[in-house]
Ligand binder design. Structure first.
Ligand code: ZN
Length: 370
C-alpha cells in the first residue's frame, strides 16, 4: 500500500484579509499612536515561508481552496448572517460583528477560508490523502450562527462539520479545539447536537470572558457532547498533554467519531501576546501525535487540522512546522531556535491546581455515548 500524503490548503488571498486600520482595545477618545492589529498576516505567512524553506511543503499535496457557497455557510450560520456580512463588507463597515475586522474583500476571503476546509474534506473523503492541514485565514472558532466575533467571520470548522455530514455522509464528527481561547462559537452551534462532539482546551477565562466552564455541557439531545477543559494561566506541556490524555482522547474513544477535526491555534505558545500559556514546538508535536494516533485507531486516520489563532510571528512557524511534520510523518531536521527558551520555563510539568481542573473536566466524560 502506497503511503498517502498529507493535504495542505493555502491561498495567497488568505494573507490579503486586511485588518489594518482596526485597533484592538483602544479606548475611544484617547490619543494613542495607531498600531497593527494583532490578527495580521505575519505569523501565518511566516508559517508558509518556513514550510517552503524547509522543503516540507513540496512533500505535501497542495490543495486549492474553493469558496464556500451561501448554502455551505448557511448549514452552520443563519442565512441572514451570511447576507449581513456581505452587506456590511460592501458598505465598507469595518467590523462584521464583535471584534471581527472587515477589510476590502474580506467577505470573499472568509468564504475562501471556510471553503479551504471543504476542499480538504473532499480530498480526505476521496482517499487521495491521509489527512490534511488547512492554513486558512481568517480564523473561525469564535463565530456563532448569527454573530461574527473575535477575529472570526464565519465558523470554518462548523461549516466543514456540517458539510461532512450533509454532503459527504459522515455521521459523527469530533472537534478538538486547542486554540488558547474558548471555542465558544463551535460550542454554541452544536450546543443541542449529539452528532458533533466539541472539546475545547483553553486558558481559563481568557476570551470570551467568563466562557468555557466545565459545566457548559450542551443541552437537550446534545447534553454531554460539549466538553470544556479550562486550564489555568501558566499551563505548559504537562497540563496540555494531561488534558488530552485524560479528557479529549477518552472523549474520542467513547464517541467513536467518523472524522476528527483539530481547531489548531498556536496562541497557547510560550511567547504569545494574547494569552499566558507555555507550549513549545515539541509540545505541539506531541499533542498532534496523540490525536493522529486516536484518528488511526478510531476513524481510519481521517483527520483535518485547521489553523485558528497564534500571534507571535517568530515562534508560530516552528510550532506549525512541528505539527505538520507530525501529521505528515516527515522530519525536516529544522531546529526550533526558541525550543530551549520555552522548555526552560518553570512549571512545564503538570501542577496540582491544573490537575484539579482536568479531573473536574473528566467527570463530564460519562455522558458521552451512554
Ligand atoms: Zn485564540
Amino acid at each position: 500500500m502506497s503511503e498517502l500524503k498529507t493535504g495542505f490548503v493555502w491561498h495567497e488571498l488568505y494573507m490579503w484579509h486586511n485588518t489594518d486600520g482596526h485597533t484592538l482595545f483602544l479606548p475611544s477618545g484617547m490619543s494613542l499612536e495607531p498600531y497593527r492589529h494583532v490578527e495580521n498576516p505575519d505569523a501565518k505567512r511566516r508559517v508558509k515561508n518556513l514550510l517552503d524553506a524547509s522543503g516540507l511543503s513540496s512533500q505535501l499535496e497542495l490543495l486549492v481552496p474553493r469558496k464556500a457557497s451561501t448554502v455551505d455557510l448557511a448549514r452552520a450560520h443563519t442565512e441572514q448572517h451570511v447576507v449581513d456580512v456581505k452587506l456590511k463588507n460592501e458598505q465598507g463597515r469595518r467590523d462584521a460583528g464583535a471584534l471581527a475586522p472587515l477589510g476590502e474583500g474580506s467577505y470573499e476571503i472568509a468564504r475562501l477560508s471556510a471553503g479551504g476546509l471543504l476542499s480538504a474534506l473532499d480530498a480526505i473523503h476521496s482517499g487521495d490523502i491521509q489527512n490534511a492541514y488547512a492554513l486558512v485565514r481568517p480564523p473561525g472558532h469564535h463565530a456563532e450562527a448569527a454573530l461574527s466575533m473575535g477575529f472570526c467571520i464565519f465558523n470554518n470548522g462548523a461549516v466543514a462539520a456540517r458539510y461532512a455530514q450533509s454532503v459527504l455522509g459522515y455521521s459523527k464528527i469530533a472537534i478538538i479545539d486547542w486554540d488558547v481561547h474558548h471555542g465558544n462559537g463551535t460550542q454554541a452551534i452544536f450546543w443541542d447536537d449529539p452528532s458533533v462532539l466539541t472539546v475545547s482546551l483553553h486558558q481559563d477565562r481568557c476570551f470570551p470572558p467568563d466562557s468555557g466552564h466545565t459545566h457548559e455541557n450542551g443541552e437537550g439531545p446534545g447534553l454531554g457532547y460539549n466538553l470544556n477543559v479550562p486550564l489555568p494561566s501558566g499551563s505548559g506541556r504537562g497540563a496540555y498533554l494531561a488534558a488530552l490524555e485524560q479528557v479529549a482522547i477518552p472523549a474520542l474513544e467513547r464517541f467513536q467519531p467518523d472524522l476528527i477535526f483539530v481547531a489548531c491555534g498556536y496562541d497557547a505558545g510560550a511567547f504569545d501576546p494574547m494569552a499566558r500559556q507555555m507550549l513549545s514546538s515539541e509540545a505541539f508535536g506531541q499533542m498532534t501525535a496523540l490525536i493522529k494516533d486516536a484518528a488511526a485507531r478510531l476513524c481510519g486516520g481521517r483527520l483535518l487540522m485547521y489553523h485558528e489563532g497564534g500571534y507571535h510571528a517568530e515562534t508560530v512557524p516552528y510550532f506549525a512546522l512541528r505539527v505538520i511534520e507530525e501529521l505528515a510523518g516527515i522530519q525536516t531536521g529544522v531546529e526550533d531556535p526558541f525550543l530551549m527558551a520555552a522548555e526552560a520555563l518553570g512549571g512545564q510539568g503538570l501542577q496540582p491546581h491544573q490537575s484539579e481542573m482536568i479531573d473536574q473536566a473528566a467527570m463530564n466524560l460519562e455522558a458521552i455515548g451512554s
